[in-house]
Design a protein around this ligand. Structure first.
Ligand SMILES: [Zn+2]
Length: 230
């Protein structure tokens, strides 16, 4: 019995406990080599997927930390970094990227500004506010757009309204958004959260946009949604 175990064991290289019956020893050599080969591959397949997941997570990191933006430079603004280095609004208590808590005493740093929020149009269109926009029926004709200083938001007027070729401007400064009237007929209107009415901006007037405020121009409405704490 011991001799049979010893002979059976070395041949398949399998565990001695399986070496008892000769028939098992003979049949086991074939399967064990076959199964161990795919198993390491399958085991390596898991880490490969994880690396892909890590790569997909790394792409936005490069975008956020890359100081050179083809659509325009990302201005440096004061903020705080989580322990993983993600750049956040100075009042953020948790990292917007990874959720890690940012202690109250975390020293401020300077970094490339991420998007401060989004503009949501009445037709469901959304524009990320990493930069400023020019709203109108033909914003592309403006020097601000042709120079790349502003991105165009081309909108048709609402019923019984007139949208100027260049009607209103949405600026991003620091971590805040502003609306600027550009002097078109019909004017630019602002409704702040909690307000029931519309305030008409004076010609070329600018107002800071509170989170949740609505801008109306040319019979259309854009809503500003901040991504950060007030
Ligand atoms: Zn983070």
């Amino acid at each position: 019995m011991p001799g049979g175990l010893a002979q059976g064991g070395p041949a398949p290289g399998g565990p001695p406990s399986f070496g008892g019956p000769a028939t098992f020893v003979q049949s086991s050599p074939a399967p064990p080599p076959a199964t161990p080969v795919p198993q390491p591959l399958a085991a390596e397949g898991g880490p490969v997927d994880l690396r892909r997941a890590a790569l997909s997570g790394a792409a936005p990191l490069r975008l956020a930390s890359n100081p050179v933006n083809p659509l325009g430079d990302k201005p440096e603004v004061p903020g705080v970094r989580c322990e993983k280095g993600h750049f956040n609004h100075p009042k953020a208590s948790n990292c917007m990227r990874c959720g890690r808590p940012i202690p109250a005493g975390t020293p401020q740093a300077s970094g490339p500004r991420p998007s401060i929020g989004a503009l949501l149009a009445d037709d469901g269109s959304v524009w990320g506010l990493s930069r400023g926009y020019l709203v109108g029926a033909q914003p592309g004709v403006a020097d601000d757009v042709q120079s790349g200083a502003l991105a165009p938001i081309s909108m048709r007027s609402g019923p019984n309204h007139s949208m100027g070729p260049v009607h209103a401007e949405v600026q991003v400064r620091g971590w805040s958004a502003y609306v600027v009237d550009r002097g078109a007929d019909g004017g630019t209107w602002l409704q702040s959260p909690g307000s029931q009415g519309w305030d008409k901006l004076a010609r070329n007037e600018q107002r800071e946009l509170p989170n949740g405020s609505h801008v109306s121009c040319g019979g259309r409405v854009l809503t500003y949604l901040s991504a950060w704490p007030a």
